[in-house]
Design a protein around this ligand. Sequence first.
Ligand code: ADP
Ligand code: MG
Length: 698
Amino acid sequence: MLDLDKRNITYLPGVGPKKAEVLRKEMEIVSYEDLLYYFPYKHLDRSRYYSIREIREEMPYIQLKGRIVSFDYLGEGHTRRLVAVFSDGTGTIDLVWFRGHKYITDKLKTDTEYIVFGKPTLFGSRYNLTHPDVDPVSQAQQVAAGLVPYYNTTEKMKSSFLNSRAIQNLIYTLLESVQGQLPETLPDYLVSRMGLMPANEALRQIHFPQSPEKLQRARTRLKFEELFYIQLNMLRTSRMRQQKFKGIPFERVGKYFNTFYKEHLPFELTNAQKRVVKEMRADMGSGRQMNRLLQGDVGSGKTLVALLTMLLALDNNCQACLMAPTEILATQHYATISELLSGLGIRVSLLTGSTRKRERNKILPALENGETQILIGTHALIEDKVHFNRLGLAIIDEQHRFGVAQRSRLWTKGDNLPHVLVMTATPIPRTLAMTLYGDLDVSVIDELPPGRKPILTMHRYDNKKAQLFEFLRKEINRGRQAYVVYPLIEGSEKTDYKNLEEGFELFKEVFPEFTVCMVHGRMKAADKDREMQRFASGEAQILMATTVIEVGVNVPNASVMVIESAERFGLSQLHQLRGRVGRGAEQSYCILTSGYKLSSETRKRMEIMVSSNNGFEIAEADLRLRGHGDIEGTQQSGQPINLRIANLATDGQLLQLAHDTASGILEADPELASEPNRRLRVRLQQLFARKINWGMIS
Ligand code: ADP
Ligand code: MG
């Protein structure tokens, strides 16, 4: 065995302790293997030399062979530059450097043959290459042979002489120094059955491909390998967890569920709601511990589903809890659920950060002795002092606001392991859900309650304010209510709050005939509640707010959502906010306002919002526009998804294949005990042992 994962990068010729430290800090590259799996983000074709005569401005890159005739310094101050006149016999071109002059003049000599590579630009009547790659012809084999790799680097790396070229050289050295074959990381039967390129070849071709076709095959192989091991790890740990922890079997459907269903249900469930309740009933009745993600677009009726599953818990002599990310939301859930359950003799309590001590002293004992059957609240639910009598089901609303660590804390309440249901209205694209929560089962409510009219979304520039005010006046005179939301973004809170306050004053002036109220995160909980209440009751017609109203809040008569500075919100967040309207029978509107100057990406975001009402479509678009690293929730999910090569936006099929393959292998050999599967066990150990044990905490 070569043990590439154990060989320290410090000892690779050309590295040494200083550079090793930079590589570790900047890129987490510690071993030979880490470097080998540091893949290039692109390749450029350097198989061909051009002559200076042939250069056209539209050429993206050119490669020339020739000599430097002379050096000169031109310009002053920040335009001061080093210019070398370069000739190949067919003409001359300028090589230009704005920085690193000493390094260049030390390294480059006149009358020596060089290969230069860069993007040609026309400056006056002459072509030049700014900061080109320059190498002696003696290195042609390495730098100008076909497809050349380019690696991401950071400023710190560059200042330690670890630019893309240096990384390329190190990897070249590494591959040269390895005697024999790079070890295969997948079982041989898998490689041959799936027609994958072997590891030895793939790892060489991904850096220094011999042809575009081979590069493509190497990519596919390495993407598969990456996704496959993530799936295998996740599926294996979730199997182990299922063996270790049994859930409380909810075998009965009893009087709580049935009475509520037959006599108290305010409306017929949608088919999707029925199906999802059934899925969960089966799951919780099986003796297995349920771990389920419930996805449903805003307004799809998740609360009712949550309530029905809580009643199942009660029917089986268990308690249930529901945790929401904000106080407003918890309070609203409490009000909704208490009202729906009135007359059923079920004891429901609310526990939040602002619950008074006296109140708390009543709630906690009642919870511990089992009198309180349903507890609703915020983070306060997972404080150490909260003890359940027999918690059977823990529901977490709007999961993306909670980290994994918090989910796990709920688990340890009570002697038995409760079933866990995580609800989210931020539809996570399927590929992302599989990667992040592959160990959770997923239920989807893909249908809105009947009678909803699709929300009409418009994008308006700031200079059309007068028309916006007219529109609002018209809608409010019809009896509707409106939200006006301002961004609140970390780092610019001060101006953000100022904008909100100024907006509030302006709206009061523009609409003297209406009542305008305001809610934001800096207000005391009681004040917030009072203002929310004024809006919910209809006393106030306009609610100005920061994103505190983003999740969950439900005022069906509100039919207009105005989002100020919409360009500063992400797609998923815009969709969330929009979901606050469109809950009643009236036509609802969402108006995105922004400045005139927008980047093309922002413009696309606005277009998507205007053209689509579908949360899943929007989430997919968000993934494509931003990449999975930036998607809301992934950072907080607690699970690292530092994919090196696979791309969740485009590799959905490969991910599915990886998932199915991993699942099939575990089905046949759960312990990975067979001889050919030994490699899988070893590799899992290498890949995941130094990280946290995901399975146990999700
Ligand atoms: P979300 O999924 O966003 O949490 P809610 O549970 O808040 O959605 O439900 C949104 C609104 O739809 C609420 O006013 C709720 O009473 C209503 N609703 C839920 N289910 C149905 C249904 N089957 N038929 C009609 N209205 C429903
Ligand atoms: Mg909700």
